[in-house]
Ligand binder design. Sequence first.
Ligand code: GTP
Ligand code: MG
Length: 256
Amino acid sequence: MAAQSGRLLIALATYNERDNIAPLVADILRWAPGSDILITDDDSPDGTGAVADTLAAAHDCVRVVHRPGKLGLGTAYLGAIHYALDHGYDLLATMDADSSHVPCHLPALIAGMDRHDVMIGSRYVPGGGVVNWPLSRRCLSRMTNWLVRFQLRLPARDTSSGYRCYRVELLRRVNLDAFLSRGYSFLQEMLQRCVGAGARVGETPIVFIDRRAGHSKAGLGEMARSLFVLLRLCWRALWNRSPAMRADTRPKRHAA
Ligand SMILES: Nc1nc2c(ncn2[C@@H]2O[C@H](COP(=O)(O)OP(=O)(O)OP(=O)(O)O)[C@@H](O)[C@H]2O)c(=O)[nH]1
Ligand SMILES: [Mg+2]
């Protein structure tokens, strides 16, 4: 896969994913042979960082970045983007490291990069879905997606999915210093900035499986912070003040 599509880096952000990270890396190596894996761990109290170091010692293609404390999913992915730019990768994929994002979807995600600059593993296109989520979580995700999709004019049904692939060349045109988001809203803001930079966005169905081990980091505080940033982005978009929004961002759907 890597030989066909260029050099692929798969970025994983971890906070307390000790029991999830090793099976995930093994699965990624099966479904995306030839790719490199970058794990960004924020000094997880459960020792995920040490497990990641063991994986890096066992596999040349695995690298670990240790950060001194919990600095947010968004900043972890920003760090991975800089890493991909600095190390000459062609494609950058991101995945949750909690077993929700199953690596069997990687080949379709990467194949879609033939025609797109950003591919999203989407729960909300035909064939996609969510397993084991309570109704409240489903409703919250659907509502946030609906609001953000229309307010930010994003050409995708699943704007909050972190299962993605980006063309690294496109990322050079995104202003990485201007992000408001530190946490989960990074995903929508990133998509908005990619669209502003002219990205062709595609989606491929994924089935999202709720985590089997560990705990969610998307607590009330984190959700509130992300919602606040999303409202700021929507406000900016409404008044068309953000440079990213001055580009033509009319929703255009590209089939995967
Ligand atoms: N390095 C780092 N990783 C994080 C941070 N917050 C979340 N993550 C990781 O980001 C991924 C997504 O986080 P989750 O807690 O699964 O959030 P979620 O998927 O929105 O919520 P649940 O699926 O309900 O748990 C997981 O791999 C987390 O370990 C953080 O502050 N730093
Ligand atoms: Mg999760």
